[in-house]
Design a protein around this ligand. Structure first.
Ligand SMILES: CC(C)(COP(=O)(O)OP(=O)(O)OC[C@H]1O[C@@H](n2cnc3c(N)ncnc32)[C@H](O)[C@@H]1OP(=O)(O)O)[C@@H](O)C(=O)NCCC(=O)NCCS
Length: 163
């Protein structure tokens, strides 16, 4: 799948949801989703703006009707042939509609398009919903990262290979 700035990626799992690359007018909605989805480990507006528009990678949003309901931030590490899922969040009102699943499929397509051979991410050990989403998509734990997050919260590093 070739992803361009103007593409809308419609996922079969949830017919009312579409995906596209984030644009400047999405920033407010992404900030709101971030604040609603994370307690301690959240990015502020400036950091999100950097991730969306300046980082070496791409940010996609999910749209339900005219509402932004989720985002994923992807960072390319070309030298290591790796794509990192830097952040992923789906608004509480839109969870369990396979939007997170759609984002993982987009991440895999983006890695393939950029000829990157793996995807990695870090997730709190106690984040069962996210770990379950990653495992059903072929990710496995490669490392435990003690105190990786604020307040001494440990993380798993998880990885999947891209063929
Ligand atoms: C983790 C998160 C992105 C999942 O998004 P989502 O759109 O709700 O997930 P999906 O509907 O695509 O779920 C796909 C699968 O993941 C697993 N899953 C997702 N949420 C789950 C939950 N609350 N409990 C158990 N399994 C869950 C299930 O296997 C699910 O498949 P099923 O619905 O057919 O059983 C979302 O819960 C979220 O934004 N959480 C807060 C922020 C966060 O933790 N981000 C990840 C940081 S690493």
């Amino acid at each position: 799948m070739k992803l361009t700035k103007t593409d809308k990626i419609n996922k079969p799992l949830e017919s009312t949801i579409s995906y596209r690359i984030a644009v400047a007018s999405d920033l407010d909605a992404v900030v709101n989703i971030e604040n609603n989805c994370f307690d301690t480990e959240k990015f502020n507006r400036r950091q999100l703006s950097y991730l969306m528009f300046k980082a070496n990678g791409c940010c996609f949003v999910a749209i339900d009707g005219d509402k932004i309901v989720g985002y994923i931030s992807l960072i390319k590490h070309t030298r290591r042939s790796n794509l990192r899922i830097y952040s992923l969040a789906v608004d509480a009102s839109a969870q369990r509609k396979h939007i997170g699943q759609g984002f993982i499929e987009i991440a895999k397509a983006y890695a393939k398009e950029n000829k990157l051979s793996s995807i990695t991410l870090e997730v709190r050990l106690d984040n069962a919903p996210a770990i379950s989403l990653y495992k059903r998509n072929g990710f496995s734990e490669t490392e435990i990262l003690p105190n990786y997050f604020k307040y001494n919260i440990d993380a798993f590093r998880m990885k999947v290979s891209i063929e």
